[in-house]
Design a protein around this ligand. Structure first.
Ligand code: PLP
Length: 325
């Protein structure tokens, strides 16, 4: 097997319209209309903005195909229900049509699409949550990487902070939400320590997750990922399925910082980049200075299977029936 990480070459012949249009930087769905991303605005009084009272889901498009769109729509519905929001502002079939259209107007082959439900606002003078009309919005931008392919080959330097991830007793981590101040302050701490990103712990000092990713570690030959206090990431779920196919042992369990430091391999999983190798934790090198064997196999399998259409749904770039309102 080659020693390099590989990404599939594009194969589809859908034209890239991004250079020619007002949508070259992306598109947004706001107030029932599709508009260029740079024109999209959030109403100041929406509690999504004033209180981080919102949930979202993010799905990727690679080589003209959505990945696990049905599963992302299921997770979004779960988040909306857990936040006691109303699914009425938009039906599932509408969301489905909107995300296709957002990508199609841009013509992006590789994209990052976010669907969002905010609490909305109550009438002026009221603070009654029950009077808010929830509001749906969405956007599409070019594909985003937590670490681009060059960086992935080197691996990310991770800083594990003693800062505690907002606990499940306070905010349900199974809701994909925007409570990120703990991550963001942790990121500044990581930068000050010469690291690329941060991982936060729970109240018992166990690893949870980082800004936009889950964590896997190979310890004593077994793949291990935290079982508590984090989002059930779609890429995490995908990796566990791949491990079963590849006959790799995988478990969900608590992982202390001390155990993480003896891992032979560590990688991060995210919609924004897939499987991201880690080269160091708190300044300690992980493995033998190059991407480990299990990480490489999973990375390869993830991208190979995606390019062969696994869990894929081709973007309806030209299917008028799906795109018309
Ligand atoms: N954990 C958090 C807090 C996230 O925000 C994300 C994604 O944005 C993840 C984990 C990874 O989830 P997924 O693989 O679905 O992108």
């Amino acid at each position: 097997m080659s020693n390099k990480l590989v990404w599939p070459a594009p194969t589809s012949d859908v034209p890239d319209r991004s250079e020619e249009s007002a949508f070259q930087k992306g598109s947004a769905y706001v107030d029932g209309k599709i508009i260029p991303i740079e024109e999209a605005k959030v109403p100041l009084l929406d509690w999504g903005f004033l209180r981080s009272d919102a949930c979202q889901d993010t799905v990727s498009v690679w080589d003209g195909s959505f990945f696990r769109l049905t599963d992302h729509l299921d997770r979004f519905e779960r988040s909306v229900q857990r936040l006691r929001m109303d699914t009425a502002p938009v039906t599932r079939s509408n969301i489905h049509r909107i995300v296709h259209k957002l990508v199609a107007v841009c013509g992006f082959r590789d994209a990052y699409v976010q669907i969002i439900m905010t609490r909305g606002r109550p009438p002026i003078g009221s603070r009654d949550l029950r009077l808010c009309s929830n509001s749906f919005q969405a956007f599409c931008v070019p594909y985003m990487w937590i670490a681009n392919p060059e960086k992935q080959e080197i691996g990310m330097a991770v800083h594990v902070s003693r800062r505690v991830r907002i606990p499940p007793q306070s905010v349900d981590p199974l809701v994909k939400h925007y409570h990120w101040l703990d991550f963001e302050m942790g990121l500044f701490e990581a930068y000050e320590n010469g690291a690329d990103t941060v991982v936060l712990t729970d109240l018992d000092g166990n690893i949870t997750e980082g800004p936009g990713f889950n964590v896997f570690a190979v310890i004593d030959g077994v793949l291990r990922t935290p079982s508590f206090g984090m989002l059930d990431g779609m890429t995490r779920r995908t990796v566990m399925e791949l491990c079963n196919e590849l006959n790799l042992d995988v478990t969900q369990e608590t992982i202390s910082l001390e155990r993480l430091l003896i891992a032979s391999e560590i990688f991060l999983t995210t919609t924004a980049g897939g499987i991201i190798p880690v080269s160091s934790v708190n300044g300690t090198g992980i493995g033998f200075g190059s991407v480990g064997e299990q990480t490489r196999r999973i990375h390869r399998s993830y991208w190979d299977k995606r390019s062969s259409g696994w869990y894929g749904e081709p973007v309806a770039y030209a299917q008028k029936a799906l795109l018309e309102p």
